[in-house]
Design a protein around this ligand. Structure first.
Ligand SMILES: C[S@@+](CC[C@H](N)C(=O)[O-])C[C@H]1O[C@@H](n2cnc3c(N)ncnc32)[C@H](O)[C@@H]1O
Length: 209
């Protein structure tokens, strides 16, 4: 009989529920950030840190959407800062964080008390509707089959408000695809986005004009 591991997909496939087995590895950093809540006040990811100056520069606090939010640490961080924050992910939040007996600080302090932080179970390549001032997608893009990337970008284009800030961080992931950042930049430029960062790393920051 074939071993289970041989039956599991080797690349992330958003339509295949078995891809859930990748989650503990994929979300380990976000989980670790939530666990430091006892000792640290700040739970932003490194990727969100990179655009904080641009966020602080914005006068009005508005609506924030994090695509592929994992355990939602950035959603809570931005909610704490004052944004109406939405985290979208294919797979639910880890139940252990929702259980006050297992994680009293996280379950009580975040999930129950932060009324402006919301989790929505949603495939970001399919239709979603939240008009946003800031959209981020950190460490999710390589999980989208390159053939389908336009589905993901179309939803961003539709939902980001004029003048809105977009940040996509896409470092390689073990079960992911190779990303051609030129294809993404070309799409954004053709669709009236202005790319703000010129250096070559795994980050695209853009403003919708
Ligand atoms: C590497 S984790 C990153 C989580 C979080 N952004 C962070 O930085 O901690 C990638 C997440 O993207 C989610 N994901 C992958 N494809 C998705 C899709 N099409 N729609 C929504 N979420 C997706 C996965 O379920 C996973 O939670």
């Amino acid at each position: 009989m074939p071993k289970l591991i041989n039956l599991l997909p080797t690349k992330f496939d958003r339509k295949n529920l078995k891809c859930q087995h990748f989650l503990p590895t994929l979300r380990s950093r976000g989980s670790a950030r939530l666990q430091t809540l006892n000792t640290k006040n700040e739970i932003y990811s490194t990727a969100l840190h990179k655009i904080l100056p641009a966020i602080y520069y914005r006068k009005e606090k508005g609506v924030y959407v994090d695509l592929g939010c994992g355990e939602s640490s950035d959603v809570f961080g931005m909610a704490k800062y004052g944004y109406e924050s939405y985290g979208l992910d294919l797979f639910d939040l880890d139940e252990k964080y929702l259980n006050p007996a297992q994680h009293p600080i996280i379950a009580k302090k975040l999930y129950q008390t932060m009324k402006n932080a919301h989790f929505i179970k949603q495939d970001c390549c399919e239709n979603w509707n939240i008009k946003a001032d800031v959209i981020t997608s950190n460490a999710m893009l390589p999980l989208i089959n390159p053939i389908e990337i336009s589905l993901f970008l179309t939803q961003i284009k539709k939902n980001l408000k004029k003048g809105g800030l977009l940040s996509i961080f896409y470092s390689p992931l073990v079960c992911g695809y190779k990303i051609d950042s030129d294809v993404i930049k070309k799409y954004l430029i053709e669709n009236n986005f202005k790319i703000l960062n010129k250096e070559k790393d795994y980050l695209i920051i853009a403003i919708k004009q």
